[in-house]
Design a protein around this ligand. Structure first.
Ligand SMILES: [Zn+2]
Ligand SMILES: [Zn+2]
Length: 257
């Protein structure tokens, strides 16, 4: 549990796994199968407070049961949880250490199965503030669509989905690590970088990330320009080169993942 003004998060652990465990790849060594299930929620202030789910995402990783500490779990999962930007860094460490301890406990209680599932149910909640319209609350709500595409961040896991394979790996690396991204901590500072993103027509909010293109100085939300750059090398405003990597030829419509 935790919060910052207008946002809250909470989480719990469960031993259930809803999908099909990839048993074949496992051999005979016991494995811990971590799955992060995130619901993005908007809490409305009406006569009785109401929560609606505005998006969700899942991702997972596998760790050998013989690992003694959660270092790798933290290393691999933390970047995504950090991109939700409302959970403090040390709280993410606590969450993932907790998930690790939970899985180890489940494992030591289970002598029948080779795959031990451990689910983190995480809720990232945007709370409508007193006097704020629901549209304004929705505009600053955290959801999968206002984050960078999850597959770009998780391609280290070796469990890429089909979409991932459609984006050339040099381009993935560029979008992931070399494209400049500034987190907006102060709204005036954010507005000085970018008044409005011309891809989505929204203004920056505290927490959003902004990319300023080095060649022309035009600025966009990082999550918007990343999706754009998967399909095109050119700045959407002035058509000067934004990167020099091969783009994806057959990527599906970009707002739906
Ligand atoms: Zn945008
Ligand atoms: Zn430009």
């Amino acid at each position: 549990m935790g919060s910052r003004a207008g946002y809250e998060y909470r989480y719990g652990f469960a031993a259930a796994y809803g999908g099909v465990l990839p048993l074949k790849t496992f051999g005979w060594r016991k494995k811990l199968f971590f799955e992060i299930r995130t619901n993005f929620i908007l809490r409305k202030r009406i006569s009785k407070e109401e929560e609606v789910i505005i998006g969700s995402e899942r991702f997972d990783m596998i760790l050998g049961d013989d690992f003694e500490d959660p270092t790798y779990l933290i290393l691999w999962i933390k970047p995504r949880l950090k991109s939700y930007w409302i959970i403090p860094s040390d709280e993410i460490d606590l969450l993932l250490s907790g998930a690790f301890d939970f899985a180890k406990q489940c494992s030591s209680n289970d002598n029948d199965n080779l795959v031990i599932p451990a689910v983190v149910n995480l809720e990232i909640c945007t709370v409508q503030i007193e006097g704020e319209s629901i549209d304004d609350a929705f505009d600053r709500a955290i959801s999968g669509e206002c984050l960078e595409p999850i597959f770009l961040m998780l391609n280290f896991s070796g469990r890429n989905d089909e979409i991932n394979k459609l984006v050339p790996s040099e381009l993935q690396r560029f979008l992931n690590t070399r494209l400049d991204k500034v987190r907006v901590e102060d709204l005036d500072e954010g507005l000085s970088l970018m008044n409005e993103c011309s891809i989505c027509l929204r203004s920056p909010i505290v927490g959003s990330r902004i990319s300023v293109l080095p060649n022309c100085g035009h600025a966009f939300h990082s999550h918007c320009i990343v999706r754009w750059f998967i399909l095109s090398n050119l700045c959407p405003l002035c058509s000067c080169p934004g990167h020099y990597f091969p783009v994806s030829q057959d990527f599906p419509y970009l707002s739906s993942y």
